[in-house]
Design a protein around this ligand. Structure first.
Ligand code: PHB
Length: 402
């Protein structure tokens, strides 16, 4: 027998509930008590995100997005208020298992939402696969998380590292570029985005003539920019994000490369940075599962609410956090706040259609969004949508046995 009995009543929760009520026998009389218990306590949500370092703005935007989704539901999910347990993971993979364990073992959270950095997500995966704690990943693209390491309790509301650069490879080739240099940080996300760009660009007949890396989160780009100037490729594709992206865009312009060698990237390069980079990003085209000017009813309402709440423009990271909140809400509503009904909660989450500002999306079998990848262009302070670069792109989920 599975965890739920025929009445949809959770057996373990039932036993917990009955131990204090000797003599009570009918399920019918106990169900409301169980419900009252579930709804009376706060849902413990662990936030494991970077709040310091180059990705700090991303962690903040994600947190804002989550809280907006909760606020839109009157501060409750499935009838329960939320208690947040917050860990600054500093985008430090070495500390990831310990940080995840703080939330799981010490705080005993019901669900973990995190993180941004692929290396940190790999550390989290080990802990959360073992504990079985529900995990919603609102950014980190680690292909493995919805690939070889996929699991029923692991969900992602963002992207796989493979997705956006796979679309980019085709876009760049279609523009007539034959050679490209890829430049990024030497860690999981950079390596995987580089690999999928190369896979796609070369499948179309292009050639990645050089792959340039520097250690995360370093921003000493000068020597590498000189190398690019010497190579003279048709174009450059770059993955940087947060503070590192701001510095790269400015340095690319200062090195005299802007306007000479066209620069592309997955949209992380230009999202959330336009207020800071002046005209260094103007005209840059990128691919991403979100854009600033989609003009849909849902996106307009989201953007208005976000600006009102935080006096900041939202970006893709805010959207991913918001959708993590929405996905959790879908699970919580299905079990009326009783998270001990884990199988039912997971079922509701994996079959949810998320009404995202990016456009509605569903999850693949491996729990990664199947989504449109937009082509955008920086115009002033906006990543303006130019069209859809790839419709309903699903990650191949290599190695996922779920
Ligand atoms: C990642 O490490 O997976 C990552 C970080 C920042 C981004 C995108 C991906 O903007």
């Amino acid at each position: 027998m599975n965890e739920q009995d025929k009445n949809g009543f959770d057996r373990r929760e039932f036993l917990k509930g009955t131990s204090a009520i000797a003599g009570a026998t009918a399920i019918g009389t106990l169900a409301p008590l169980g419900l009252a218990h579930a709804q009376g306590t706060k849902l413990k949500v662990g936030l494991m995100l970077p709040y310091t370092g180059t990705f700090a703005p991303l962690g903040i935007a994600i947190t804002n997005g989550i809280k907006l989704a909760v606020a839109e539901r009157g501060g409750k999910l499935g009838g329960r208020e939320i208690e947040y347990f917050v860990v600054d993971d500093e985008s430090n993979p070495a500390k990831a298992p310990e940080n995840a364990n703080k939330l799981v073992q010490r705080d005993k959270v019901d669900v973990v939402i995190g993180t941004v950095h692929t290396g940190v997500a790999m550390g989290m995966a080990k802990v959360l696969r073992e504990s079985g704690t529900l995990w919603i990943n609102p950014n980190a693209g680690a292909d493995e998380v919805t690939g070889a390491l996929c699991a029923p309790n692991i969900f992602r509301t963002s992207f796989s590292n493979w997705q956006n650069t796979y679309a980019l490879g085709k876009v760049v080739k279609d523009k007539g570029h034959k050679t490209a240099v890829f430049i990024t940080w030497k860690y999981g996300a950079g390596e995987q985005m580089n690999a999928s760009f190369k896979e796609s660009f070369e499948k179309q007949g292009g050639k990645v003539v050089k792959e340039l890396f520097l250690p995360f989160p370093q921003v000493e780009f000068q020597a590498l920019l000189t190398e690019i100037a010497n190579i003279k490729p048709d174009c450059v594709a770059a993955f940087f994000s947060g503070g590192g992206a701001v510095k790269f865009l400015k340095d690319y312009q200062a090195a005299g490369l802007k306007g000479k060698i066209p620069l592309y990237g997955p949209g992380f390069l230009t999202d959330g940075v336009l207020e800071e980079v002046g005209d260094a990003a103007e005209g840059i085209e990128t691919t991403l599962h979100y854009a600033d000017s989609l003009g849909t009813k849902k996106d307009d309402a989201f953007r208005l609410a976000y600006v009102k709440a935080y006096k900041l423009q939202p970006d893709v990271f805010a959207v991913q956090g918001y959708d993590a909140g929405q996905l959790l809400a879908a699970g919580m509503e299905a079990v009326k706040g009783d998270v001990s009904k884990k199988a039912a909660m997971i079922k509701a989450m994996e079959s949810a259609k998320i009404d995202s500002p990016r456009g509605a999306f569903t999850l693949s079998k491996a729990h990664n969004p199947v989504q449109d990848i937009y082509l955008r262009k920086v115009v002033g302070k906006q990543n303006k949508v130019q069209g859809v670069a790839w419709k309903q792109l699903a990650d191949p989920a290599t190695g996922c046995k779920a």
